[in-house]
Design a protein around this ligand. Structure first.
Ligand SMILES: NC(=O)c1ccc[n+]([C@@H]2O[C@H](COP(=O)([O-])OP(=O)(O)OC[C@H]3O[C@@H](n4cnc5c(N)ncnc54)[C@H](OP(=O)(O)O)[C@@H]3O)[C@@H](O)[C@H]2O)c1
Length: 339
């Protein structure tokens, strides 16, 4: 076959089930179709997907509200766990048959996905697929934010907003694992019950109670704020900061991107710090991989216990996304693609 010399071998094509976004909208319109299995390239890994974690980014992407707007139609889903079914050339970190988690920007709401091998990690036997698909983004974001960006110390007090949500609950657990005193704030008493179960020392219902008054009452002030909600809760939290405090901007789940009054930063020598996890994969993978290594060790030692509140089959991908944008989700929501 002189003509094919140097070309990758032709791949056999077959169909896989996938949830497809054909138009942006709220509620998201997803349809499950049979699509041709993705083509595997050099340096890539094919994963037989067993579970796909839902993140707020997926909710924004299918509404056309995320910073990256994929061309329609596309398969959403950025965080999967499953079994490696094929590896491309130049892949040495994982092998066929291995149980892994994979981090991509899309393609996960499907029976199969192809991901760059640098974004695929082996998972321990003690980690089931649903947990594997719920782990990297949330724990990775919170650990990197608290340790690398805000340098949280064990002597300090941490306030977590949206503390029962995907990233929020992991920040509570990681704050406790780092030895800090943790105040968890959420919108309902039921959600606060989950925050308490993950070790928070103090709880605030920021719908019923005044956040600033309650923080003053509990600890007088906080050293670090972890904020995935944005808007008014951020501004309230900013007013609770101790001298040399750090307020971490994680996201804007509440829908409002706040403007920061810089005088508050100046008066108490505080810092507002952004923590955006995804780009670390390109900009500083060592920090990200070292952080994930620590988190895997903590998982195996039982120091962190992922909370999965709901599981949906692939056909109900739209319902799974709705639990997040309707503010009903706690911890993680996961799609399963196989029985
Ligand atoms: N920086 C990063 O690298 C990174 C990584 C992952 C996620 N994020 C961002 O972090 C935020 C949370 O993500 P997530 O996956 O943890 O989402 P999630 O599980 O849905 O949690 C969001 C939390 O925000 C609170 N919230 C307040 N107003 C809300 C509203 N109008 N709609 C929905 N939730 C509302 C909810 O708690 P209460 O009801 O208790 O207020 C909820 O628990 C998102 O903005 C996401 O984009 C950032």
């Amino acid at each position: 076959m002189i003509g094919d010399f140097g070309q990758p071998p032709k791949q056999e094509r077959y169909d896989v089930r996938a949830a497809l976004c054909k138009e942006y909208g709220t509620p998201p319109k997803l349809t499950v179709d049979d699509l041709q299995a993705p083509v595997l390239g050099n340096g890539e890994v094919r994963i037989e997907v067993h579970a796909c974690g839902i993140n707020f980014a997926d909710v924004l992407i299918v509404q056309g509200k995320y910073q990256a707007k994929p061309r329609l139609p596309f398969v959403p889903g950025g965080e999967v766990a499953g079994v490696v079914s094929e590896v491309g050339s130049d892949v040495s970190n994982v092998e066929t048959g291995q149980r892994v988690l994979g981090m991509s920007s899309q393609g996960g709401f499907a029976e199969e996905v192809v991901i760059d091998c640098r974004r695929v990690l082996a998972i321990p036997d003690s980690m089931d697929f649903k947990t594997g698909a719920s782990f990297a983004v949330t724990y990775g974001t919170s650990h990197l934010a608290l340790e690398h960006r805000a340098c949280l110390k064990s002597s300090e007090t941490l306030l977590v907003l949206g503390a029962s949500g995907g990233v929020g609950l992991t920040a509570v657990e990681i704050g406790k694992a780092m030895g800090a005193t943790v105040i968890g704030a959420a919108s309902t008493d039921e959600k606060l019950g989950i925050v308490k179960s993950r070790g928070a020392d103090f709880l605030i219902n920021y719908v019923k109670e005044d956040l600033r008054d309650r923080v003053k009452e509990i600890t007088g002030g906080v050293d670090v704020v972890y904020d995935p909600v944005g808007g008014e809760p951020f501004l309230q939290a900013l007013r609770c900061m101790n001298w040399e405090g750090r307020i971490i901007v994680i996201g804007f789940a509440g829908g409002t991107i706040q403007k920061i009054p810089a005088n508050y930063l100046l008066l108490k020598n505080c810092a507002a710090v952004g923590a955006y996890w995804g780009p670390y994969m390109e900009k500083n993978p060592d920090v990200l991989l070292c952080s994930l290594g620590t988190l895997m060790d903590w998982f195996e030692a039982g120091k962190i216990v992922p909370h999965i509140s709901a599981t949906y089959p692939l056909e109900d991908a739209g319902k799974a996304l709705a639990t997040l944008y309707e503010r009903r989700a706690t911890g993680k929501v996961v799609l399963t693609t196989r029985d």
